[in-house]
Write a protein that binds this ligand. Structure first.
Ligand code: ARG
Length: 458
């Protein structure tokens, strides 16, 4: 049988393979709420502008609400033959209310219909992402507050660099996820336009009111070009871009948790509820959640590249290629939501081993820069020379198997006569951390100041 929506010019129905490649119902059924919502707004507007009667509008609205209930309680029968969510719903509407159903699609095309549905969905998803990010930032702020004075080694090249605090390290992630949250807000702001009423691509001759539908769907305004309205998937690409950046941030944190929770580092302990055991090795406690968060980044980055590639070189306006947008976005969104929730849970439960962090912070000559800075400040050496003198002190300490702070004053003075006993005050990790008072530095007072700033922006 030929298609009941567009079968007029067709003598036969599609090949089974045609049906299979064409159908999107298996994934775009996710959009049923948005599809009903968009249709209700459209039908209302059609009645308000006198394009359909209010009796037909009422029948349509009643039918759509029945369908919503059927889908929600699982009694709706989806059909692949009906291709997508839009035609599945419209076909059912016609079963329910008869000919009035055929008036719903006046001054509308599936091209603007799918665009408005997908935007509505994306906007809601972005709002969920924003909330999830706020939760994660909150978890970091709580850890940062508890650990504003907890000294740990700061790393570059994953080699001990200078002492910092765990609170300061947490606040680095607050900055990262804060930027992610502002990217989410930017994306919502830019995509907040309704494409409904663009119809197939050229607009419509019916006297519709696009401002009315935009307003009733909570969009700021209607889109301004009908061709762009049905060809644009920037909002999906932007969502995937910000998701990929956010997932990349999550993967760096996940990696640090994996490294830090090894017995070799022993900086942090994951709670039992966020780790797993081994079926053979009884002693094991594995950071599976962190590893999976690290891995989800691959899927999300993949989704971004996939959709960029689908959209590349696509001529205006709508092409069926664009149907491939939804699975990527749905999968990336679900992955990101789960990764954010898992990370927030892990972080809330995380126990910090301050003693191990402190011990590690004091090894690896982490206060060598403090010695060089002291020579500049107290002995008037140019920094380059101070660097050289300090290098010799580190070499000596290494040779003797001692920390810098454990060297004899006489040995230090043999390297540079200007060194006095006062130097030992700057060689401890606490003194080092306390001294980093520049704006945004690791000194506990600075960290507390940044925590207060972010608390006020939560
Ligand atoms: N299922 C389609 C999609 O996801 C809906 C739009 C179809 N429009 C069309 N002219 N075939 O993109």
């Amino acid at each position: 049988a030929s298609n009941q929506m567009w079968g007029g010019r067709f003598a036969s129905g599609p090949d089974a393979i045609m049906e299979e490649i064409n159908a999107s119902i298996d994934f775009d059924r996710t959009l049923f709420r948005q599809d009903v919502r968009g249709s209700l707004a459209h039908a209302n507007m059609l009645a308000n502008t006198g394009i359909i009667t209010s009796e037909d509008r009422d029948k349509i609205a009643q039918g759509l609400n029945t369908i919503l209930g059927e889908i929600e309680n699982g009694t709706f029968i989806f059909s692949r033959r009906l291709e997508d969510i839009h035609m599945n719903i419209e076909a059912r509407l016609s079963e329910l209310i008869g000919p009035a159903a055929g008036r719903l699609h006046t001054a509308r095309s599936r091209n603007d219909q799918v665009a408005v549905d997908f935007r509505l969905w994306a906007k809601e998803e972005l709002q969920r992402t924003e909330t999830a990010l706020t939760g994660l930032i909150g978890a970091f702020l709580d850890q940062a507050e508890v650990h504003a004075d907890t000294v740990m080694p700061g790393f570059t090249h994953l080699q001990t660099a200078q002492p910092v605090t765990f609170g300061h390290h947490c606040m680095a992630y607050v900055e990262m996820f804060g930027r992610d949250r502002s990217r989410v807000r930017d994306c919502i702001e830019r995509m907040d336009e309704s494409p409904l009423g663009a119809a197939a691509l050229a607009g419509t001759g019916f006297a519709i009111d696009r401002h009315q539908t935009a307003e009733s769907l909570d969009f700021r305004e209607p889109t301004r070009n009908s061709i762009d309205s049905v060809s644009d998937r920037d909002f999906a690409l932007e969502f995937l871009s910000l998701a990929a950046i956010c997932a990349t941030h999550l993967s760096r944190l996940a990696e640090e948790i994996v490294i830090w929770s090894t017995p070799q580092f022993n900086f942090v302990r994951l709670s039992d509820s966020f780790s797993t055991g081994s079926s053979i090795m009884p002693q094991k406690k594995n950071p599976d959640a962190a590893e999976l968060v690290r891995a989800k980044t691959g899927r999300i980055n993949g989704a971004l590249v996939a959709l960029l590639t689908v959209m590349k070189a696509l001529p205006l306006a709508y092409s069926k290629d664009m149907q491939e947008d939804k699975e990527q976005v749905f999968d990336a969104a679900a992955s990101l939501e789960l990764a954010l929730a898992a990370m927030t849970g892990m972080l809330r439960d995380l126990t910090v081993n301050g003693a191990a962090m402190r011990a590690a912070a004091g090894s690896g000559y982490s206060t060598a820069t403090d010695l060089a800075d002291w020579l500049v400040r107290e002995a008037g050496l140019p920094f380059r020379q101070a660097h050289h003198v300090t290098g010799r002190a580190v070499a000596l300490a290494e040779e003797k198997g001692l920390d810098l702070a454990a060297l004899d004053l006489a040995d230090l003075q043999a390297i540079d006569a200007k060194i006095t006993a006062a130097v030992f005050d700057v060689l401890t990790v606490d003194a080092s951390v306390r001294s980093r008072t520049s704006f945004g530095g690791t000194a506990p007072d600075q960290v507390r100041r940044q925590i207060a700033f972010w608390r006020s922006r939560l």
